[in-house]
Design a protein around this ligand. Structure first.
Ligand code: 2BA
Ligand code: 2BA
Length: 109
């Protein structure tokens, strides 16, 4: 068994959640924050059998869209009033970031 940790953009979370259910996956949804942009994103935990992993990846890939997001490199809270603020830059965000871990044990009580 594997545990997939899947971080998706908030704009894709509804679609991903719906399609996971349609495909028969069980998941847990956690509201999370990106360490770089400091914006909300969504983390799905999905426990799957090894042979279901390919199908899970397909669901995620088909429902997460890569996009560019503008970010100001100087965190607002550290900028002094009137200080020079670096020009905004664009960073690619998503489609999705997926980690797959081996599950040592799974219990249901
Ligand atoms: P349980 O299977 O006892 O799951 C309870 C909660 O545990 C789930 O809440 C989910 O947050 C987490 N969970 C269970 N299996 C998981 C897994 N493989 N990976 C990650 N998290 C897992 P809910 O998603 O709200 O589900 C509540 C109950 O609805 C479930 O109870 C199950 O009886 C049913 N269910 C969930 N997903 C289903 C699906 N795709 N098709 C049919 N029934 C589903
Ligand atoms: P954020 O940390 O808010 O990152 C948003 C996007 O900013 C990233 O998109 C990447 O294009 C860029 N970025 C992030 N850290 C950077 C850095 N140190 N230097 C330059 N550019 C950077 P994605 O790679 O698609 O990541 C989307 C979200 O997935 C991330 O949001 C983070 O929450 C999560 N994530 C990505 N890689 C991760 C990792 N290795 N470990 C844990 N979480 C990760």
């Amino acid at each position: 068994m594997k545990l997939a940790i899947c971080i998706v953009h908030n704009r894709d979370k509804g679609k991903v959640a719906d399609e996971l259910i349609k495909a028969g996956f069980k998941s847990t949804i956690i509201g999370s924050t990106g360490g770089f942009l400091r914006e909300g994103n969504t983390t799905f935990l999905v426990g799957v059998e090894d042979e279901e992993l390919g199908s899970l990846k397909a669901v995620v890939e088909q429902n997460c869209q890569s996009r560019e997001q503008v970010v100001n490199m100087m965190p607002y809270e550290t900028a002094q009033p009137g200080a020079f603020v670096a020009a905004p830059v664009k960073v690619p965000v998503g489609g999705a970031v997926l980690f797959v871990l081996d599950v040592e044990q799974f219990h249901r009580f």
